[in-house]
Ligand binder design. Structure first.
Ligand code: ZN
Length: 328
């Protein structure tokens, strides 16, 4: 018989040192972070050695991968495609603080990663821009028309001509398919939802040194997996800063996930179905009530809503980013 859960489970984050990282995860999100340049908060992760731990519920104190294995009904396993159910907790939710530019990079899809990265998953990812300078841009795609031109521009280091800069502002959202050349730039903070994968091919790193050495590049893999020509940019950046309060707005629905934005101002009762939901509070504070129990919420917190949550009443003034796997 399947078990039913009707309350949220909060999870703890992990933090990653990066040469391009900063301190805003502490100053603006209130996280207790380690010393140094902290670039990434892995807010909800079942990735080996960088896992979230459940803070309440049936697997309190255990890792997310252990929780996933022990309580399939919490995660709506019966509604998940077999492949998802069997490959472990499917996503990583990150908050990224880029004090400096990140390297120009590209990710493979599942098929390429399976063959070339020991059966790893590829990486489809998406970004919700939390904060950025007024004149911010992202690197999204490139200007080469053919693979030959793409290779030549890389070999000749024609980065300004090759890389496509796209202006962004707070509340913008971008879906990044595998094969898309991309980079986050200095001053940008964003929430990322991605497949549970750590396969990144670095094509250019501005000649930077880490511990007196350049970081490794992966030119051939980048050439192999990059989409040429790059997809048109029209409509790729979704502007959501003016999204209406107390309703969900779909940001993307792809093969792996759907992501929604929920600005709360007062009250909103959510009943939308999914195998399970990941909720991240990216702005403001408030509470969520499930089955008569109320949980306080503040910026930086993430929690999981189980398959059978029933209703979740959000109250307060805050912005919630919701993500869920696709059902079968
Ligand atoms: Zn990426």
């Amino acid at each position: 018989m399947s078990k039913s859960y009707q309350y949220p489970v909060f999870v703890s984050p992990c933090f990653e040192q990066r040469i391009w990282g900063g301190r805003r995860l502490e100053s603006e999100f209130g996280f207790g972070i380690p010393e140094g340049n902290i670039g990434e908060c892995w807010a909800v992760s079942g990735y080996p050695e960088r896992e979230s731990v459940a803070e309440n519920g049936p697997c309190e104190g255990r890792t997310l991968s252990a929780f996933w294995a022990a309580e399939p009904d919490f995660f709506g396993a019966a509604q998940l495609p077999d492949e998802v159910r069997e490959s472990g907790y499917p996503f990583i939710t990150k908050i990224i603080d880029a004090r400096e530019n990140l390297s120009i990079q590209v990710h493979p899809d599942d098929a390429y990663a399976a063959v070339h990265e020991n059966g790893a998953k590829g990486k489809t990812e998406c970004w919700y821009i939390l904060d950025c300078p007024d004149d911010a841009y992202l690197i999204l795609g490139h200007n080469a028309r053919t693979k030959e031109e793409f290779v030549q521009m890389i070999e000749e280091g024609q980065w300004d001509a090759l890389l496509r800069r796209v202006p962004v502002k707070r509340g913008d959202f971008v879906q990044l398919e595998p094969g898309t050349i991309h980079a986050i730039t200095a001053g940008v903070m964003l929430l990322e939802t991605q497949q549970s994968s750590d396969v990144t091919y670095r094509v250019y790193d501005y000649g930077r040194l880490e511990n007196d050495k350049p970081r490794q590049l992966h030119i051939q893999q980048s050439i192999d997996v990059s989409t040429v020509p790059a997809p048109e940019m029209d409509g790729l950046v979704l502007h959501t800063a003016d999204a209406a309060a107390n309703r969900t707005q779909e940001l993307v629905s792809c093969k792996f996930y759907r992501v929604e934005k929920l600005p709360v101002d007062g009250n909103f009762v959510m009943e939308e179905k999914a195998p399970f939901w990941i909720a991240s509070i990216v702005e403001g504070e408030g509470s969520v009530t499930c089955s008569g129990q109320t949980y306080a919420l503040k910026k930086g917190q993430s929690f999981l809503l189980p398959c059978d949550y029933g209703k979740a009443e959000f109250s307060g003034k805050m912005t919630v980013i919701l993500a869920a796997p696709q059902g079968k």
